[in-house]
Design a protein around this ligand. Structure first.
Ligand SMILES: [Zn+2]
Ligand SMILES: [Zn+2]
Length: 411
């Protein structure tokens, strides 16, 4: 009785709101010309989360008010509340995660190569996938494009073999480094960008444009701003900004579809590893980005923070599962770095030494990041929860050979 009263009250308020809303958009211009990725244009209050077929992005509350609940995790809409168009022939399906449902998270380290199994439909098992660099490209393939692991790996291999092949001087010590310096990037940046556009579509947006229906899996990709070298993430979802603590990165969100990142932009940005690729410059905003691995090569902390911010009803705070997939660890010692030559060292050599140092530090940082994460989260909470430790899984196979170079396409 009480519930019926509440629901009819909400229905009444919704229909009154709808009437005023449509009058408003008739007065200010057709609703279809207004698009925002920062605010729900239906209630003008909440964060927009769900993109519908007309391109408008609505908040959870508005979807629940104006849509029809057709299952425990599904709402369908046949019309946009902002404009009185004909009812859509195909109902638009929106995934709603039930409150307090467990969260399943996967994070993929930078420069992943052979670690993923072939036949597992991984994306079906995860609510959030976070990826860095090559792991970022795979996360976009698995989570946004719904590629199978096989499709993902064959696309990835094609990208590597076509675009990560040094243009010249391969195997000639010194000359290849010189080529790196002279060209800004030894790899075929343009070819790589063309391939990414063919894989991810030249116009498909990461957020706010989902031509085939809403994507249930949330995906976050790490990157670094070229100016100031700040860590950022790009996401196919919106979530509240942090309130209690300051995050070690920022979520980049464009105000609307004109400046929103395309899928291939994001794939290019997360993998813009210097000196192999030039930093990626977004034409529309003039912002420039580099490899996500520079800050979050093992993105487990990003995955941890994001799952807390997206699902603030996470119960005990532990995910159902958090799977972290690494790039592999070599049994072989990483060679000692050659010391610089002091003040006589020229600019080119200094840059090359710095690049080599960054690469080695980066390769070494993932096990350390996981250990820190494990110490602070897994071991501490394991004392209070018996099954806690089993929820956190790290797969980082031991490699027979040394960690391969970023451009080693045979590995
Ligand atoms: Zn709303
Ligand atoms: Zn609309």
């Amino acid at each position: 009785m009480c519930n019926t009263g509440v629901s009819s009250y909400i229905d009444l308020v919704s229909s009154l709101h709808l009437r005023e809303l449509r009058k408003f958009y008739v007065n200010v211009g057709p609703a279809r010309i207004f698009k925002s990725h920062e605010m729900c244009l239906s209630c003008l209050r909440e964060l927009p989360e769900h993109t519908i077929v007309c391109g408008h992005v609505l908040c959870n509350a508005c979807v629940l008010s104006f849509g029809e609940k057709t299952g425990p995790t599904m709402v369908t809409m046949s019309q946009c509340p902002l404009h009185l168009d004909k009812e859509w022939v195909d109902k638009w399906r929106i995934n709603i995660k039930p409150r307090h449902a467990g969260v399943r998270v996967m994070c993929l380290d930078g420069h992943l190569q052979k670690q993923l199994g072939k036949d597992l439909p991984l994306t079906k098992f995860f609510d959030l996938i976070v990826g860095t660099s090559a792991g970022g490209i795979i996360a976009l393939g698995l989570g946004v494009e719904s590629w199978s692991v096989d499709e993902c790996m064959s696309s990835f291999r094609e990208l590597c073999s076509e675009a990560l092949r040094p243009r010249e001087f391969r195997g000639v010590f010194g000359l290849r480094q010189l080529a790196t310096y002279n060209h800004g990037s030894i790899n075929r940046t343009k070819l790589f960008e063309g391939l990414l556009q063919s894989k991810f579509g030249p116009e498909n947006l990461l957020f706010g444009g989902t031509p085939g229906g809403e994507i249930a899996t949330k995906v976050a990709i790490t990157s670094t701003t070229s100016v100031g070298h700040r860590a950022v993430i790009f996401t196919n979802y919106n979530r509240p900004d942090e309130t209690e603590y300051k995050l070690p990165y920022k979520l980049q969100r464009a105000p609307g579809p004109e400046t929103e990142l395309k899928l291939w932009d994001v794939a290019r940005e997360t993998s813009a590893a210097p000196p192999y690729f030039k930093p990626f410059k977004k034409k529309e905003t003039k912002e420039s980005f580099e490899d996500g691995g520079l800050h979050h090569n093992c993105p487990v902390w990003v995955a941890h923070h994001e799952s807390k911010l997206i699902w603030d009803d996470g119960g005990s705070g532990s995910p159902d599962v958090l799977l972290s997939i690494g790039t592999g660890e070599s049994k072989h010692q990483v060679p000692q770095r050659t010391k610089g030559r002091g003040s006589s060292e020229n600019n080119l050599l200094r840059r090359l030494f710095r690049t080599a140092k960054d690469r080695i530090d980066e390769a070494l940082s993932c096990p350390r990041i996981w250990q820190e994460f494990s110490r602070e989260n897994v071991q501490a909470q394991s004392r209070t929860s018996f099954d806690h430790r089993q929820r956190y899984i790290r797969i980082n196979p031991e490699l027979e050979q040394a960690v391969p170079g970023l451009d080693d396409v045979t590995s």
